[in-house]
Design a protein around this ligand. Structure first.
Ligand code: PDD
Length: 287
């Protein structure tokens, strides 16, 4: 059975899905996206993703393609039509196509945004072998633009960073700017010292992770201390533990940074505990 995807109002098999070659997402990376995870056939933290999408659209003066209630319905329909139990829903909104290439934004009255959604089936997303093993990361310079708080589809450098990690025999890259870790290539970055979780504070330097917000709240509720401040790669290498958070990998322990093992080189106790708490609580609140 071929995957059913959503394009501008239609649910269609993926082979039949098309978008104009003049679409500004394609020509200018003029688009924003969200990735929402699915556990037990239900959406994890949809409200958080919808809120961030609205913010991304507003920051870029891009019209919303529909209401957030309609978006929820599209997500649910796709999960159902594709029989997803564990996986992801990818959503992308672009400024659409006015039938030519121009740096000037088209008139939103006449050029409607393009809305595309598709599912990714990922059995074993929650009970992940990768999380039991932990991730090895390398550090690379953060040369992205300075509005990383907007979830745009400009993902070339994060892809390159991931490839650099792969080439080095590692799983992911942590990005470093002015001597401090900003975030991972597609996740937020944390270190743990004793009972304290340390992560960079929110600003335009990083994406305001939806998983980050939930994990920090749950950590505080579990009597863990949270400190939002910058940290260096050297501090991270000497920390007791490290981990990342994202909708696609939840809480992922980091066991090695630039060739230095953290502790005994196995996933840390706090990271694993947070992963468990996060999965339990988010499953309960899934919609
Ligand atoms: N990435 N930072 C960056 C640069 C990201 O791309 C992501 C998410 C995050 C974590 O955000 P959240 O917890 O809301 O998923 C942080 C998604 C999963 C992706 O690009 O596939």
């Amino acid at each position: 059975m071929s995957r059913i995807v959503y394009v501008n109002g239609d649910y269609i098999p993926e082979e039949q899905a098309t978008v104009s070659i003049f679409d500004r997402g394609f020509l200018m990376a003029d688009g924003v996206y969200e990735v929402t995870s699915v556990l037990g056939g239900k959406l994890i933290d949809f409200a958080g993703h919808a809120k961030r999408l609205e913010r991304s659209l507003t920051e870029l003066d891009m019209p919303a393609p529909c209401t957030m209630d309609e978006l929820l319905e599209i997500h649910r329909q796709l999960v159902e039509k594709n029989g997803i139990d564990e996986g992801l829903v990818y959503l992308q909104v672009t400024r659409g196509s006015d039938g030519d290439r121009d740096f000037v934004f088209p008139d939103p009255e006449t050029t409607k945004p393009t809305l595309v959604l598709f599912t990714q089936n990922k059995p074993g997303l929650a009970d992940s072998p990768a999380a039991r093993k932990g991730a090895k990361v390398i550090s690379v310079p953060d040369i992205r633009w300075h509005r990383r708080d907007i979830k745009t589809v400009q993902l070339l450098y994060p892809s390159m960073a991931k490839m650099m990690a792969k080439k080095a025999g590692c799983d992911d890259a942590w990005l470093v700017e002015d001597g401090f870790v900003t975030e991972g290539s597609s996740n937020n970055a944390y270190i743990v010292k004793g009972n304290k979780i340390i992560t960079r504070e929110l600003s335009n330097d990083i994406l305001h992770g939806i998983t980050r917000a939930a994990v920090l709240t749950l950590a505080a509720e579990a009597q863990m201390e949270v400190e939002e401040r910058n940290f260096t790669i050297e501090e991270a290498q000497q920390a007791d533990e490290a981990f990342t958070t994202s909708a696609s990998a939840f809480v992922m322990p980091v066991v090695e940074i630039d060739g230095t093992k953290l502790g005994d080189g196995t996933p840390g106790r706090i990271a694993l505990r947070l992963r468990e708490i996060y999965l339990d609580e988010m499953r309960k609140a899934a919609v």
